[in-house]
Design a protein around this ligand. Sequence first.
Ligand code: G3P
Ligand code: MG
Length: 245
Amino acid sequence: MKSIINYAHRGASGYCPENTMAAFEKSWKLGATGIETDVQMTKDGQLVLIHDESLKRTTGYEGQIKDLTYDEIKTLDAGSWYSEEFANEHVPLLSELLSWIASTEMMLNIEIKNNIEPYIGIEEKLVRMIQEYNLTDRVIISSFNHYTLQTCHQLAPEIQTGILYMENLVHPWDYVKTFGASALHAHYSAVTSDGVAQAEQAGVIYNVWTINDPIVMRELIDMQVGGIITDYPDILAELLKEKIM
Ligand code: G3P
Ligand code: MG
């Protein structure tokens, strides 16, 4: 049985505030072999890890990331909304995560969130940073914006890219190849065992999101997808262990 990457969604977000260093570090301790995170860009062009375009939900601040500098954002509390115990957490820079992940053996899925805000130039900044940290062979970039993935591939063909989608696409394993992507990042409802087998034949990986139900995890393990993205990497780690034994 091939090894399936256990990606912690926004870090171990079932146990910690999403997209914080606490959530990333916890996921490694819980047995995740990869991390999924979301990247956006500040007013002064810094790449930060946060899911929403607005700071409101996870820091309480009424404002958009694009309108603040990182010096302003870094003072915000990104943990208390989840629990007081995490009051010292901040919105991390991508460089903080890259620097820490280099000390682990984890894989990293970086999702570019530029469907709502265009974040001009985000692709170039991202691929240059991945190259600078020598992580090109451990990172896969994904996005719902497939033009962005095409740009990343043109800038750095050595970095893998995966198309995010929710709907049932016709032969997505052929579509990805038209602009050099190598993986399908599908919502689990759009995944079938026949599709996984056809993708494998075409040399395309299936990474599937976001699965917290052990029954669905088991089905995807049996289908032999390439990676499973979950808020609970410990549950998935146990199921993967059972399959190996
Ligand atoms: O990358 C998989 C998943 O994270 C996509 O949706 O909204 O959780 O970023 P979202
Ligand atoms: Mg995401």
